[in-house]
Design a protein around this ligand. Structure first.
Ligand SMILES: O=C([O-])CC(=O)C(=O)O
Ligand SMILES: [Mg+2]
Length: 437
């Protein structure tokens, strides 16, 4: 286990409450339920032999029928090999299972997408690729999760090329989409622009690389970015740089995170607990934007940051602080839209559509009375905002159709909006008193 991190705001009681939540009234957070009645012999002859055989024959004659006669078209695999679980590191697939179960619960709770968590004892990228590719008959989409860099890059790229269903590495692109929206809104609040700011990104793993690419596509200048990893600033003089980091090396004499941060406008942390000290924060430009996104222990705690300066705009990945910059704001809805139009791939256009829809939703009126207005402590929608399910899948579905990857284009977007509204009503009405879906 990792030693107790300095940026842990958790009390022993909160830790125990989390373990109890996972343990009772039955182990884990998920179960499988049937969607068809099997009460009589007639039901049995439809669900099983002989009726099931007719469904098999229909699919053998026309594979597209699989998405209509089985749950495949609404089923996503949440796949990990446990090599980069949250900010906890390579704790293995078994210890990563609570996260994958959790992601599956969120798919269902927020977007009605069924998801199975698949933890694979497969560190070798080739082996992992072969196993996941072989699962295509089962699933309508693949959400790769908590797989370490640099292997995650080739794993995602190869699978996306090999499979005819959407493959999406959540830690890269889900995080990048939410960060893109949060930074757009934060810049608007402080009157700065992507083109004018300087950023320091700490942690150039899966999420770091994807976030930098996303922010550059939104207008951040590559020469205004300094990337920092465990060995310090990534500069052109560094020997043995991993190829995934080479494009981010700069010709600079800055060597440490502290050097890099002087005068910077944006700190993006995707590293580990406590890497940003109050002294470093003090040297940043006016109205600094600090996204301390390591989970569950951020690079700096909100209380520590505020003790140093009151002009900071701060986000973390956690649900217990304001501005939760977490990929939960993206992956359920991105897959909802992608599955609904039978998208074969996730395109850049679909990702940008998500960024724009998220940023715009945050600027709307609060989703419930008493919720904070758009502002420094409300940069990004609240993960419980039900409008996420109404806005994001529509944006994604449209982009998939524009990009020509939709195998079942939506004929009438207004009808699709109504379908999402009734799904939303079902999901919210289905919330049992104890909160299960
Ligand atoms: O699980 C979360 O809260 C966000 C995430 O993907 C990660 O930290 O790896
Ligand atoms: Mg993750």
């Amino acid at each position: 286990m990792t030693s107790k991190p300095s940026a842990d705001a958790t009390t022993p009681e909160q830790r125990q409450a989390a373990l109890d939540y996972h343990r009772w009234p039955q182990p884990g957070k998920l179960e499988v339920t049937a969607t068809k009645r099997v009460a009589t012999r007639e039901d049995l002859s439809l669900a099983y032999s002989p009726g099931v055989g007719y469904a098999c024959e229909a699919i053998a004659a026309d594979p597209a029928q699989a998405d209509l006669l089985t749950s495949r078209g609404n089923l996503v695999a949440v796949v990990t090999n446990g090599t980069a679980v949250l900010g906890l590191g390579d704790i293995g697939p078994l210890a990563g299972k609570p996260v994958m179960e959790g992601k599956s619960v969120l798919f269902k709770r927020f977007a009605g997408v069924d998801a199975f968590d698949i933890e694979l004892d497969a560190k070798d990228p080739e082996r992992l690729i072969d196993i996941v590719a072989a699962m295509e008959p089962t699933f309508g989409g693949i959400n790769l999760e908590d797989i370490k860099a640099p292997e995650c890059f080739v794993i995602e790229k190869t699978l996306a090329g090999r499979m005819g269903i959407p493959v999406f590495h959540d830690d890269q692109h889900g995080t990048a989409i939410v960060v893109g929206a949060a930074v757009s809104n934060a810049l608007e609040l402080v009157g700065k622009s992507f083109e004018s700011i300087r950023m320091v990104v700490c942690g150039m793993g899966a999420a770091g690389v994807a976030c930098v690419d996303m922010l550059v596509s939104l207008g951040l200048k590559p020469e205004n970015i300094l990337a920092v990893d465990r060995s310090g600033v990534i500069h052109t003089g560094r020997a043995n740089l991993d190829p995934s980091k080479q494009a981010y090396a700069r010709d600079t004499d800055k060597r440490s995170l502290a050097d890099a941060l002087h005068g910077a406008d944006l700190f993006l942390g995707l590293s580990g607990p406590g890497t940003l000290s109050g002294d470093m924060l003090a040297t940043m430009a006016a109205d600094p934007i600090v996204l301390a996104l390591a989970n569950p222990y951020p690079e700096i705690l909100p209380s520590e940051a505020r003790a140093v300066r009151d002009d900071v705009i701060l986000g973390t990945g956690r649900s217990d602080f304001p501005n939760q910059i977490n990929n939960v704001l993206c992956f359920p809805y991105l897959f909802r839209g992608a599955l609904d139009v039978g998208a074969r791939h996730i395109t850049t256009g679909m990702k940008i559509a998500c960024v724009e829809a998220l940023a715009a939703l945050a600027r709307q009126a609060p989703f419930q009375p008493g919720a904070p207005e758009f502002g420094r402590d409300s940069l990004i929608p609240n993960p419980l905002d039900p409008r996420l399910l109404l806005e994001l899948p529509v944006a994604v579905a449209k982009a998939a159709m524009d990009d020509g990857v939709a195998s079942r284009p939506v004929a009438d977007m207004n009808v699709y909006r109504q379908c999402l509204a009734s799904l939303s009503a079902r999901l919210n009405a289905g919330l049992a008193e104890d909160g299960t879906v």
